[in-house]
Design a protein. Structure first.
Length: 298
């Protein structure tokens, strides 16, 4: 859970709402300090303290890029803050003529509007029109190590040479013959064996490790019985839904899992629980796409 300032700065909605909240809180607390303390409602002080703590919590979640994991918790906390600020607004504006109280009441009214906006956003489904519209302005397209990113263990992780499994959704180039499949499998196995020996301090492979490779030729693959072809080498993926691209998207060149597409293109999609979906283009290319760039079709 690394601290990343970009997790906050790349989201215009987070910048605008948190900045607005801090400014209005300052207005409210300044009015409270200038108000007549004998007539000032005490629960408003508690509400203002609670409000600034909540704003700082939301800011921290954005900075650690884990706000998606606490959306439902934030809805409950913001509902409590909305009760504080709305009641304070009613008491300060309608039950007092003191200028300080009126200033604090104005700040509490703005905080109530902020709390209601955040409740609608955090309580909404990621595929709702309002959330998709707000998220479309986010600059996090190429920095997706949150949300559904946790599901794929941060698919931007560096290659682990000791791991014999491929990255999620990492597909080999389009293969039409068993020869290409066998060639890639042999190359992968050779790379893993070589890396293991380099790490162990052994620069060369022993003759026993070459058994079965010295007599290998392409004719062995050509004579292979296609009926015995192992389907596990080319895993198939099922796509249950179709989606239409709302905007064009260029994949991050540093991330081999992403795919590019153009506006109005029809994609086959699946695993649509998070913000990054499995997708397949009409040309057969498979990868992941940002959910706020596409719309599910009926």
């Amino acid at each position: 859970m690394p601290f990343k300032l970009s997790g906050f700065l790349s989201d215009p909605f987070a910048i605008s709402t948190i900045s607005f909240g801090i400014i209005t809180w300052i207005v409210a607390i300044a009015g409270a300090a200038a108000a007549d303390s004998s007539k000032f409602p005490r629960f408003t002080w508690w509400g203002l303290v609670y409000e600034i703590l909540l704003i700082l919590v939301i800011l921290s979640l954005y900075l650690y890029n884990i706000v998606e994991l606490y959306k439902f918790t934030l809805v409950g906390l913001l509902s409590i803050a909305f009760v504080y600020t709305s009641n304070s607004t009613n008491n300060l504006i309608y039950n007092s003529n003191d200028s300080g109280s009126l200033c604090c009441g104005a700040g509490c009214m703005l905080l109530s509007m902020l709390n209601l906006t955040l409740i609608i956003y955090f309580g909404g489904h990621p595929e709702s029109p309002t959330n998709q519209f707000i998220d479309s302005f986010s600059l996090k397209s190429h920095n997706h190590n949150h949300l559904n990113d946790n599901k794929y263990n941060n698919h931007n992780l560096d290659d682990d040479e000791d791991n014999n499994e491929f990255k999620p959704f990492q597909q080999p180039p389009a293969m039409t013959t068993p020869q290409q499949v066998q060639s890639q499998s042999n190359l992968r196995q050779s790379q893993l064996t070589t890396n293991n020996h380099l790490k162990s301090g052994t620069p060369y492979m022993s003759s026993s490790q070459l058994n079965g490779l010295e007599n290998f030729s392409s004719s062995d693959v050509n004579n292979r019985d296609l009926t015995n072809f192992n389907n596990d080498e080319t895993p198939t993926m099922t796509f249950r839904y179709k989606a239409k691209a709302l905007y064009s998207y260029d994949a991050n060149p540093d991330d081999i899992n992403e795919i590019s597409f153009v506006k109005d293109e029809i994609l086959q999609v699946d695993d649509i629980d998070g913000k990054w979906w499995q997708a397949k283009r009409s040309n057969g290319q498979i990868g992941i796409c940002p959910s706020n760039y596409v719309k599910l079709l009926d």
